[in-house]
Design a protein around this ligand. Structure first.
Ligand code: NAD
Length: 484
């Protein structure tokens, strides 16, 4: 059986993430038998909730509209316990420890503990420190920490947080979440790249003209202005998700699909990124903010007009950049990245442009391989074919594979996969500290360059960013490839 025994302690058990993502993910694992008889979840947060009330919250979050799951949801929720807890109060950890031990006995768990930090990041270090000082970690079984983003806001703060965590947990016990790594099509990048000798052979500077990564959001800053004002798109999306996708696209082939082997090649890929000076960073990275526009007859506020945003804010809601790597296989191949809020529509897609060039038929067109990460999931590949009819005229044909939406809906969501992997002790799809250090170092130079700027580009809400983001590619004969 694949059943895992564990007492799971959820810090931030009344929060939005827990409710929308984590309880449904745990329920998915319950329905698969990964969590079965020998598990309990302790939800902690400040509010004084009873176990019964908490179980109602958990049931609500998992039952959805499917009546047939009601009995199962009820049985699942019976494993949940609530402990009102102020994470800054030492005495509360003693209570928590006692409850964990009691539940461990009751469910015959055998000492396995999973600690999940799903609350405001300023408390991550405090929690880790108290877990040690109040001796919550068990002597038998595993002790694992799952920790949410953001992991710091620059290298020094990330290092400080990591030092606090490693005072309590070893690297092998820390599962740093980047939920993009739990997405089906992010993982499929590796299957495509390394599962096809056809692609492996041409995945280098001789055949590739450019690589493009777009993470587009249609929504604005929503209710998160307070956080977003301190972060911006570069920290919120580029340092983590964009960089992780970039590593999957440019890293060497791992010797095996193990955590050690994958992290080794990924870390090498980050090491080989060409480090810009601040001047180079300023020339190669563009920041911008959305401005008011009417979309489908509806007035959309500009970023500076949003509640909680300073009227002279210089926070980036959009970033476009040109990244170069010194990896021998990709020397000279630009990697264009862009991400932003209030763009035309929500879509994450990655494109590899293969060079056209001379053929006996005349000039061949560039061919694009696009991987659709969300909401559509699949890939398209262009090949130069022959135009139907007389003559030898090349014309691009597009092969299109998309996963069936019903199959996507039935497949486990990113959080279910990742929590399942953490319970199984597999760190492959989590961030190693080394990678975070490398990506923060890379991004900090851009931040420093921007801090010297007094202005910011703008783009009307509902467009794909400022003109400068198009000029960035056009000046070297490239252009964004962006598909439905
Ligand atoms: P939230 O504000 O909805 O929930 C925070 C939780 O922490 C609540 O349960 C609250 O009661 C508890 N809490 C706050 N202060 C406390 C204290 N002093 N002692 C004990 N408990 C306390 O936040 P959220 O949106 O659920 O986000 C949680 C974490 O997940 C954050 O790190 C966030 O960046 C990350 N995250 C959230 C989302 C999302 O979609 N919500 C997505 C990605 C990452």
């Amino acid at each position: 059986s694949n059943e895992v025994n564990a007492v799971i302690i959820m810090f931030g058990g009344s929060g939005d993430l827990a409710h929308r993502k984590l309880y449904p993910a745990l329920f998915g694992l319950y329905r698969k038998g990964v969590l079965k008889d020998h598990f309990a979840v302790i939800g902690t947060a400040r509010r004084p909730w009873s176990d019964d009330y908490y179980r109602g919250v958990v049931r609500d979050s998992v039952a959805g509209s499917e009546e047939e799951h009601e009995a199962e949801a009820e049985a699942f929720a019976s494993h949940f316990y609530y402990q009102s807890h102020d994470v800054t109060d030492s005495s509360h950890y003693v209570t928590l420890k006692q409850l964990a031990q009691k539940l461990d006995d009751q469910y015959a768990v055998g000492g396995n503990r999973m600690y999940y930090m799903a609350m405001a990041p300023q408390f991550f270090a405090t929690i880790a420190t108290h877990l040690k000082s109040e001796a919550l970690l068990t002597k038998t079984g595993f002790n694992r920490l799952i920790i949410e983003k953001p992991f710091g806001h620059d290298y020094p703060s990330a290092k400080e947080l990591n030092d606090a965590l490693t005072g309590t947990f070893a690297e092998e016990q820390i599962y740093r979440i980047d939920h993009y790594l739990g997405k089906e099509m992010a993982q499929a990048i590796l299957a495509l790249r390394f599962g096809n000798p056809l692609l492996k052979t041409v995945w280098n500077k001789d055949y590739i003209k450019d690589i493009q990564i777009t993470l587009a959001e249609a929504v604005g800053v929503e209710e998160r202005a307070g956080y977003y004002e301190t972060a911006g798109a570069l920290r919120d999306m580029v340092q983590n998700h964009v960089m992780q996708l970039l590593a999957y696209l440019t890293m060497d082939e791992p010797t095996a699909m193990t955590s050690e082997a994958v992290h080794e090649v990924k870390s090498r890929a980050f090491d080989q990124l060409h480090r810009y000076t601040e001047e180079e960073a300023a020339a190669n990275f563009i920041r911008a903010q959305y401005t008011a526009a009417a979309i489908d007859g509806q007035a959309i506020k500009g970023y500076r007009e949003e509640d909680g945003v300073a009227s002279a804010s210089l926070t980036d809601t959009f970033v476009a950049g040109r990244i170069m790597t010194d990896a021998p296989a990709f020397a000279g191949v630009p990697i264009f990245i862009r991400t932003g809020k209030r763009l035309t529509r929500k879509s994450t897609q990655v494109t590899v442009t293969f060079k056209g060039g001379k053929t006996p038929f005349g000039e061949g067109q560039d061919a694009h391989l696009t991987i659709y990460i969300e909401p559509s999931q699949g890939y398209t590949l262009e090949l130069n074919g022959k135009q139907l009819g007389e003559g030898n005229i090349l014309t691009p044909n597009r092969l299109d594979f998309r996963h069936d939406p019903a199959a996507i809906a039935a497949a486990p969501e990113a959080y279910e996969r990742l929590i399942g992997e953490a319970l199984a002790g597999d760190q492959t799809n989590f961030n190693h500290w080394r990678e975070l250090a490398q990506t923060w170092h890379y991004v900090d130079v851009i931040t420093a360059a921007w801090q010297k700027q007094t202005g910011i580009e703008t783009y009307p809400a509902g467009t794909m960013g400022p003109q400068a983001a198009f000029d960035l590619l056009a000046k070297d004969g490239h252009q964004w490839y962006w598909q439905p």
